[in-house]
Design a protein around this ligand. Sequence first.
Ligand code: GDP
Ligand code: IMO
Ligand code: MG
Length: 441
Amino acid sequence: MPKPSCTIVLGTQWGDEGKGKIVDLLAQNVDIVARYQGGANAGHTILLPDGRQFVLHLIPSGIFHENVTCVIGNGVVIDPVALLDEIRMVEEQGITVRGRLFISHNAHLIMPYHKMLDQAAEQRMSKDGSAVGTTGRGIGPAYEDKFARKGIRIVDLLDRESLREKLRHNIAEKNELLDKFYGASERCDVDQLIADYEIFDREIDPYITDTALLLNRAIKAGKSLLLEGAQAALLDIDFGTYPFVTSSNPTAGGACTGLGIPPMAIDRVIGVAKAYTTRVGNGPFPTELLDETGEKLREAGHEYGATTGRPRRCGWFDAVAVRYTNMINGVSSLALTKLDVLSGFPEVKLCTHYERKSDGRAIAHFTNDLRLLADIRPIYESFEGWTKESLEGAASREDLPQTTQRYLDALEREVECPLEIISVGAGREETLGVGTALMSE
Ligand code: GDP
Ligand code: IMO
Ligand code: MG
């Protein structure tokens, strides 16, 4: 069988599924790892075999394999402060970034005013309870400018005169918004900003290239690629629980537009799902547990945001939601993570469908209609937990306790998609059944 050249790895829930771990693991067998959307709102955690742990916000999760080339595509919004900090942090640990990281000249830049506007808008909306609970990293306002055709791309740094003109125009507008609409005290200064971005430009310059060309040449040359999604399908601007979503397309289509890779070049899509569900920020969450069990999941899974440190909301696995995101993304197989976290729970539950509170009607398909989501309750199938048996030392799914296997069989049946990878710990080794197709030459 020929080695697949292009695999998307994306989140199938509300983020933090363990995409960083899975991409790092699979990166052992590929040539290129490319991020296609989002920005420093992402926090992808990687635990190296020597015990060092890294949280990456912008650099693709393949950087710890020295033969892997990393790409940040045009679909990503880049905060140069966050990027340069991250490059320094990784280099200080002895990992070479120069010559291995390539950034699209068409990627949009996050400006200080984007972060100010993100935070000012959230503060304003929190007064009437409509805040999204963003990460405050300027993501929404940066994508707003991109689609309003006011954004500043990396390539725009090259032409100082036109950059100055664009910034002058943008800053006048943003300062007015901050002042008159949000009543915020912060302002942006054109000269200061230009001076700062000139420095960033010099530092970032060696990494900039036409990444669509680089990637398409690599595909033609038979190289293998992993396309790394940030956030997740239920946070997708089109398919998520709008407006409680992020401002990009983490779904599979976003990989094509965010990198300039044609759809026919994609060989497969690996969906990453946690063995239960978490969500940071506001918005609907049908299986959320606001009781002791939810608290226990948070503590057992260390469910605190990798980017903001906020406690994550926790609940049982929602097969209705994952069935839906598998459909939207054409997920070919799932990587199920954090199964170990469920060890010790006397009972484990799986949501198979919803029921309308108002008339008791069964609902088998996910909806992103907020009114309907407010009127549903999750219906669970219950499983005996594995309280005494450990998952440690299992080399395959068949080695797992019978109780665990029964849960996995039901989950696999309900999401209508094969489980190809099962993760039972944060480390690379703590993984069962790593994707055979990726391993084959
Ligand atoms: P991402 O944003 O999807 O990359 O996920 P995060 O890094 O935000 O959150 C996942 C967390 O779970 C990180 O702390 C990982 O180190 C950890 N993790 C990943 N897989 C497993 C697993 O199978 N078991 C346990 N216990 N932790 C895991
Ligand atoms: P990774 O890649 C979990 C959430 C925020 C908020 C909403 C919008 O680590 O899985 P934004 O700052 O993007 O405008 O916030 O999206 N969010 C994430 N939740 N994991 C992430 O990334 C997230 N990135 C954004 O909490 O609800
Ligand atoms: Mg994360």
